[in-house]
Design a binder for this molecule. Structure first.
Ligand code: GLN
Length: 628
């Protein structure tokens, strides 16, 4: 690859320039720009650079908090309570970093900032305009946020990858494109690079890969003053050399800076695919960096092992997700990732069926019998059930019957946030005999409110008013499955875990004694002891509820503990795991292969430091090295 370079500041030098890598998209959205951006970040991290990420969403909303899951998929929640685009979840999982709410920029946030400044009189006497005021605000925001530490050592990042949402040419994106046109001069050529992700379709009529859409989008980008250094062609099949040459000729980019990313068996292959095409060497030269370790280290080896392991499973674990936004898989992105990560560790291929909760309700038998029977068939064939988070009444009665089915049939069950509330409602109705037990969210006049609103979280507006972000959960007893799963492999005794929350309702503290008498135990509480955080049912292989969302902190190598429990139980490995003193023994359930270095690493990492969510300082420093 070619590049124009000059002096190479050594990484770790506090006076060094921040490097910026902008990823723009062409043709259509939804081609995997987020995964490509995260993968490039992973490669940069693999040579020892400290990488941070910014996602730009050019919509007018301040944040993703008020979106319906059908609009943009899941709302991802950060430690600081920021409700952000789900792509930030990709960055956190790929790069193993903790991002902040300001790492998600929206047009709404920028305008709010500019208008507040105008009201304060900061622009006194001037007409406030998109150029220069909005474009300046964007550039200042990026420069400020890029320097905020996101790793566990509180160090300033070396490089910031920025994903510009949408596609080039969208009206909403224009101020951002203009801001970055100016930005390349503000920070200097060797500190800024643009990678353009485009689509190369292959219409079945001719079977040929077509470059015209890419040519048009690059022309548009150039017309707006940004010249891509690298073009990544997304395609169904590998992009041929002649197609790359054509893109190179028409788009004014050297042939070896045109890369192909075809559809892969798993996202773990994407960093490897990009690395094979030399992107890392190009970026190191183009941005004039001296990375601490010039060769990609163990991280890439781990990704290869993850990808190989993903492709090589033969055993399946069938999980049913009963939810209310099942028509859009993106609505449950992190839940599905957490299930996949746990299955990967247990060496099973996840077979996930999403069932729309209201198809399980009695009404559905009248309205749409085939759907009703199909839904129940899937549930009856499941090895495990998950009821994830959600809002509003629709579908909740279907979730209640599913929870009853799992409780009575001893089917492994995990209830997350709404799912835990549902499990408690079902238990109150059918075990305590409180027939109208409900959440006041669904039935404000119930005489048995087992789930009630948290009054301090209802100030009369919807945005950012929930109990949000990272909070501690204290274990109340050692006799807890989740406690064992969280401290899996560790010798320390964990008193608490920290997980992310997003809810307005809670289990009614006045009904706890009655519920616990019948065997549903709240083994984890909030630090003030008022809020029920973890529920476990006695005399059931795995019937667990959590008020928080553990899926937001899952990682491929260190899956979330409650999800790991569900998959272990569903694949018949939980009791062996428990009788072995909570070890995934390399010689038994872990199917240890001495030639497989990843297995070795994972086993060692787990056996020394336990599972995710533990905030022991030693564990932190190792996991930043060992996980992606
Ligand atoms: N609707 C419930 C609440 O607000 C559950 C929320 C959720 O599942 N995230 O408490």
């Amino acid at each position: 690859m070619t590049s124009n370079t000059s002096a190479s500041p050594v990484c770790g030098d506090s006076k060094k320039d921040m490097k910026y890598l902008l990823v723009s998209g062409g043709v259509i959205s939804g081609v995997g720009k987020g995964v490509i951006t995260s993968s490039i970040g992973t490669l940069l991290k693999s040579v020892g650079l400290k990488v941070t990420a910014i996602k730009i969403d050019p919509y007018l909303n301040i944040d993703a908090g008020t979106f319906s899951p059908y609009e943009h998929g899941e709302v991802f929640v950060l430690d600081d309570g920021g409700e952000v685009d789900l792509d930030l979840g990709n960055y956190e999982r790929f790069l193993d970093v903790t991002l902040h709410r300001d790492n998600n920029i929206t047009t709404g946030k920028i305008y709010q900032h500019v208008i507040q400044k105008e009201r304060k009189g900061d622009y006194l006497g001037k007409t406030v305009q998109v150029v220069p005021h909005v474009t300046d605000a964007i550039q200042e925001w990026v420069q400020r946020v890029a320097r905020i530490p996101v790793g566990k050592n509180d160090e300033t990042p070396d490089i910031c990858v920025i994903e510009l949402g949408g596609t080039i040419g969208d009206i909403e994106g224009m101020p951002f494109v203009e801001a970055f046109r100016q930005f390349q001069f503000r920070v200097g050529h060797q500190n800024f690079t643009n990678i353009h992700v485009s689509l190369v379709p292959q219409p079945s009529s001719t079977g040929e890969q077509k470059t015209k859409p890419t040519q048009n989008s690059v022309r548009q980008l150039r017309g707006l003053g940004l010249s891509p250094d690298v073009i990544v062609c997304r395609s169904k099949n590998p992009v041929s050399d002649s197609v790359k040459e054509k893109v190179s000729n028409f788009c004014h980019v050297p042939p070896d800076q045109v890369l192909g990313v075809q559809d892969c068996s798993s996202i773990y292959r994407v960093p490897l695919l990009l690395e094979q095409q030399g992107i890392l060497q190009f970026l190191v030269k183009r941005l004039a960096i001296s990375p601490p370790s010039p060769q990609p280290k163990i991280t890439l080896h781990q990704w290869k092992n993850l990808a190989d392991r993903y492709d090589s499973h033969s055993k399946e674990v069938r999980i049913v997700l009963v939810g209310k936004y099942t028509k859009l898989e993106d609505a449950y992105t992190s839940v599905i990732k957490a299930l996949k990560h746990a299955s990967l560790l247990c060496r099973h291929r996840l077979v996930l069926a999403c069932v729309e909760a209201d198809d399980l309700e009695g009404d559905s038998l009248q309205k749409n019998p085939p759907k009703y029977f199909e839904a129940w068939k899937l549930l009856s064939e499941a090895q495990g059930l998950i009821v994830p988070g959600g809002f509003g009444t629709r579908g909740t009665e279907g979730m209640v019957v599913a929870a009853k089915f799992a409780r009575e049939r001893k089917l492994p069950f995990l209830g997350v946030c709404l799912g835990m509330q549902i499990a408690v409602i079902e238990f109150a109705r059918n075990v305590l005999g409180l027939k109208d037990a409900n959440s006041t969210e669904f039935d404000p006049s119930t005489t048995n409110p087992v789930v009630i609103e948290m009054p301090e979280h209802n100030p009369g507006q919807m945005g950012a008013t929930m109990r949000l972000g990272k909070r501690k959960t204290l274990f109340k007893t050692n006799d807890s499955l989740l406690k064992k799963l969280y401290q899996f492999g560790s010798t320390s005794d964990y008193k608490f875990v920290e997980e992310r929350h997003r809810h307005r309702y809670e289990i009614n503290p006045n009904m706890i004694t009655e519920i616990e008498k019948k065997g549903m135990i709240f083994v984890g509480h909030s630090t003030d002891n008022k809020r029920m955080e973890i529920m476990e049912l006695k005399d059931h292989p795995y019937y667990v509820g959590v008020q928080y969302h553990p899926e937001y902190l899952t990682r491929p190598i260190t899956p979330s503990a409650p999800y790991l429990g569900l998959i272990l139980a569903s694949s018949g490995k939980l009791s062996r795991f428990l009788t072995r003193g909570c070890q995934l023994s390399p010689h038994t359930s872990y199917d240890y292969n001495p030639d497989d270095e990843l297995d070795d690493e994972v086993t060692q990492a787990f056996s020394r430091f336990g599972n995710l969510g533990l905030k022991e300082s030693e564990a932190d420093s190792v996991f930043i090295e060992k996980t992606d």
